[in-house]
Ligand binder design. Structure first.
Ligand code: CTP
Ligand code: CA
Length: 224
């Protein structure tokens, strides 16, 4: 009995996870997006479910399928849809992990018809999307909140600022410096920084093993 429980250390915990890119419509056939594959978020979701958690995965457009059938998948397209889905489920969550690559800007207006190439120059006015993680950070109560940070300069300093600004418990800093890490790759080189600014650089490893590392942090938190 005790052994079974130790293998399901996240049993009874509800975890909200975001994954993938968001697509922000320009017109009926075009969008602004990014190269996120969704793999990091899906790996975290699968691993969390394997460890016994009740997982809600809010995913932007991706071809990935969840491996663990107990995961509740909510498919969304835009940042606004992801924001709405997350806020619908955050109240009941024990933790949230934001692995999605949310678009920072969206077209101010979406053209109702396909835009024709009538002029030699063309520009689109953009406005900021809502920051989902910041918003969750501002309303969180007991929830353990984990965010990601993608930086190309002043990595540690910028990641620390994100912890404070978004009221996070832990941030997973992605190093693009390393050739094996980042978008469309199977591996990631990350550094953990907690809310007390304790820094822990991790080895280059598969995203599946990064997922295991992230969830061990969560298990440690719940065991306190
Ligand atoms: N994030 C989010 N909603 C957004 C933008 C980002 O929830 N509209 C989350 C991401 O899922 C990630 C974290 O915020 O967990 C950091 O994302 P990142 O792009 O590194 O930082 P930003 O806050 O968007 O700032 P910038 O891109 O200017 O560095
Ligand atoms: Ca961003």
């Amino acid at each position: 009995e005790a052994d079974l429980e130790s293998k399901l250390p996240l049993k009874g915990k509800k975890i909200l996870i975001t994954a993938g890119p968001t697509y922000e419509a320009i017109d009926p056939v075009r969008f602004i997006g990014n190269h996120s594959s969704g793999k990091m978020g899906f790996d975290i979701a699968n691993e969390a479910a394997n460890l016994g958690a009740d997982v809600i995965l809010v995913s932007g457009p991706t071809h990935l399928k969840v491996k663990n059938p107990s995961i509740e998948v909510i498919n969304v397209v835009s940042a606004q849809e992801m924001y709405d889905a997350c806020h619908l489920h955050f109240d009941n969550a024990d933790a949230a992990i934001a692995a999605a690559a949310v678009a920072d800007y969206k077209p101010k207006e979406v053209a109702l018809q396909k835009i024709k190439k009538n002029s030699s120059e063309f520009s689109i006015e953009l406005e900021k999307t809502k920051d989902i993680l910041s918003s969750l950070g501002s309303i969180k109560e007991k929830q353990f909140l984990i965010g990601f940070a993608l930086e190309t300069e002043n990595e540690i300093e910028n990641a620390k600022l994100k912890i404070q600004k978004k009221n996070l418990d832990l941030i997973v800093l992605n190093s693009l410096q390393d050739k094996g890490a980042g978008f469309k790759k199977e591996t990631n080189k990350v550094t953990f920084i907690d809310k007390d600014f304790k820094i822990e650089p991790m080895e280059l490893k598969t995203k599946e093993l990064v997922a295991v590392d992230i969830l061990s942090r969560l298990i440690l938190h719940f065991s306190k």
